[in-house]
Design a binder for this molecule. Structure first.
Ligand SMILES: [Mn+2]
Length: 271
């Protein structure tokens, strides 16, 4: 769980190659292309840069496909007005990168896409701030859940009191996975998250740990509102967003190994 300097060097290269592939995909993607063509560009960069290949099958998901968490068919045509979710990473000397970005296929975000994206981005940044020595490895997830639930309330997609919504996990139809996992020789690297049932049993972060931070919001076209919750208007449906970086815990705080891939709204529009 604590990477040696030599391992960190391998991880820096694996993530650097993964970054290059995402930059290429962002430059290349446009309406009319097929998801598999973007996948091919990404994996071309992996091999070109000396990676063995992908760390896991690349997810290139346009529009509502992004609501399918491990969508790997990558067969659909990219449409204007949709977002493209790409979750892809290189494997370099068996060390793995794992990056997700979600950006407009066309020139801009729609208002609904933008509103949801802003929530996920804020959740991800606040979660990354929790990745530091001495913190529980669960802290990132807790803050992400809080920001996302609050954001969904503000948009009228959830209703109720924040603490109660969190306690009753009402956010789960929209955010149904964890916020991160250990990363290294395996994409979901070996290592302990929790040794018992108590809150303090979550693993405490130490320098040399590498963990992903990847909150998301998914509004499936098949979403079913809970009994006491609002129906989701159609204009929100079919939007899936995840933002994922790989974060090294350092003695000074953290080092976002994958920070060079843009995630600010202004850097992803009109590419
Ligand atoms: Mn991941």
């Amino acid at each position: 769980m604590v990477k040696s300097p030599a391992e960190i060097a391998m991880m820096r290269r694996a993530t650097e190659i993964s970054v290059k592939a995402h930059l290429r995909a962002m430059e290349y993607a446009q309406p009319g292309l097929y998801e598999y063509q973007v996948q091919a560009e990404i994996e071309h960069v992996f091999r070109q840069e000396g990676a063995e290949g992908f760390a896991y099958p690349s997810i290139v998901a346009g529009g509502a496909n992004a609501c399918v968490l491990h969508y790997i068919e990558n067969n659909d045509q990219l449409q204007d007005n949709q977002l493209l979710l790409i979750d892809a990473g290189a494997s370099y000397r068996y060390y793995n990168g794992d990056i997700t970005r979600t950006f407009p296929i066309g020139a801009t975000f729609t208002p609904e896409q933008k509103a949801l994206y802003e929530i996920v981005l804020e959740a991800q940044k606040k979660a990354i701030d929790e990745v530091k020595v001495g913190n529980s490895c669960r802290a990132a997830h807790e803050i992400a859940v809080c920001v996302i639930t609050q954001g969904l309330v503000e948009l009228g997609l959830l209703k109720g009191e924040l603490e109660k919504l969190i306690e009753e996990e009402k956010y789960k139809p929209f955010f149904m996975h964890g916020t991160g996992h250990w990363l290294g020789l395996d994409v979901h690297d070996s290592g302990t998250y929790k040794i018992g049932a108590a809150k303090e049993d979550w693993t405490t972060l130490e320098a040399g740990n590498i963990i992903t931070v990847e909150p998301g919001i998914y509004i499936s076209p098949y979403i079913k509102a809970a009994e006491d919750q609002p129906e989701i208007p159609e204009r929100w449906q079919g939007i899936g967003i995840r933002i994922e970086d790989d974060v090294l815990v350092t003695t000074e705080g953290n080092d976002i190994l994958t920070a060079a891939v843009p995630k600010e709204i202004d850097d992803m529009q009109h590419r």
